[in-house]
Structures are given as structure tokens and as C-alpha cells.
Design a protein around this ligand. Structure first.
Ligand code: PNS
Length: 178
């Protein structure tokens, strides 16, 4: 029998980068991170530093919330990145990018990004993961909108994130009343 060696890339396939804006991190993100740590030795939650997206939370706030959320979860860590994702992934020597897929509507954008990233660096594989059903409809954008309009977001985000969202709402209301 002819045996062929498995091709290995220059990066570590046991290390995954989970990139995003995380503005803020939701329980859906956390679910993907937890699932990721069962598949990979390390999951680096990589928070995008990008002023052009006009985030509600500063990068420091987003990182603090993410660190809080993954505290005690073996294999999960939080970092920031600027510039091209594939460049960050290569610097981290990670072989995999993890992205969550909630619904078909996510697919087109995610597929485009995955193929563009592959064109930029074909040694990096994108792996799509599905969150638990109860998180399928959650997005950072909706959570922010609901909370800022006075809705209850408990159960949709970690408790520490909820506290910060409520504080942000109060600060914005106070500012508007000045
Ligand atoms: O949580 P988001 O906003 O959907 O995450 C999008 C993110 C951060 C993964 C994407 O915007 C990104 O990778 N930005 C870095 C710049 C880059 O590499 N752009 C080309 C992607 S094909």
C-alpha cells in the first residue's frame, strides 16, 4: 500500500483565531468560543481595532468584556488586531480562522471573506461553526439597539456586558438631557 504523508502547512492547525468587532461580545460569541476550545488547543479571540466601524465600545472596553467572559475557560485568550486579518493570523502562527454562522443570511458575506482571505494566504483555513439554537438570532447590533431603546438584554450577553450596556445607556441619556 502506498502511504502519503499528510500535507502540513507552516502554521499550527491546533491554534485558531476567532476575529470580530465584538461590540460587544454576546452569548452567541461565547458559545462559539467554548465550542472552539473543544476543537483547538488555543482559541485567540481577536478584537478588531477599527475606528471606521464607529463602535459603541472602545477597544479597551471590548477587550475587557471579552477577557471577563472567557476567564477560566481553558485554551481561550483575547488579543487585538489591526490591518489584514490574515497578517495577524500568520504572525500568531495560527492555521485556522473560526467564524460563527448563524443563518443562511450570514453565508454570502462569510463566504466572500473566507475566499478573499484564502486568496491572500492559502495556508489559513476558515472553519465555520454554528452556535446553539437559542443564540441564532442574537447579534451585537440588535443587542445594542434593544438595550439603547430600553429593552431587556439579559440572557443575550454575559452579565458584565449587560452592566456596561446599561451604564452606556444611562450615560447617553444623561448626556442627551444636558
Ligand atoms: O464581527 P465582524 O465585524 O463581523 O468581524 C469582521 C472582521 C473583523 C472579521 C473583518 O472585518 C476583518 O477581518 N477585518 C480586518 C481587515 C481585513 O482583513 N479585511 C479583509 C477581510 S476579507
Amino acid at each position: 500500500m502506498v502511504t502519503r504523508k499528510r500535507p502540513t502547512g507552516p502554521y499550527d492547525a491546533r491554534v485558531a483565531v476567532y476575529p470580530g468587532s465584538f461590540d460587544p461580545l454576546t452569548n452567541g460569541h461565547l458559545d462559539i468560543i467554548e465550542r472552539g476550545t473543544r476543537m483547538f488547543d488555543r482559541v485567540i479571540v481577536a478584537v478588531l481595532v477599527n475606528a471606521s466601524k464607529d463602535p459603541l465600545f472602545s477597544v479597551d472596553e471590548r477587550v475587557t468584556m471579552a477577557r471577563d467572559a472567557v476567564r477560566g475557560l481553558d485554551g481561550a485568550e483575547v488579543d487585538t488586531f489591526e490591518g489584514l486579518l490574515v497578517d495577524y493570523v500568520a504572525r500568531a502562527r495560527a492555521g485556522v480562522v473560526v467564524r460563527g454562522l448563524r443563518a443562511i443570511s450570514d453565508f454570502e458575506y462569510e463566504y466572500q471573506m473566507a475566499l478573499m482571505n484564502r486568496r491572500l494566504n492559502d495556508q489559513v483555513e476558515t472553519v465555520f461553526m454554528m452556535p446553539a439554537e437559542q443564540y441564532v438570532y442574537i447579534s451585537s447590533r440588535l443587542v445594542k439597539e434593544v438595550c439603547m431603546l430600553g429593552g431587556n438584554v439579559s440572557g443575550l450577553v454575559p452579565a458584565a456586558v449587560e452592566q456596561r450596556l446599561v451604564a452606556k445607556r444611562a450615560a447617553m441619556a444623561a448626556h442627551a438631557g444636558e
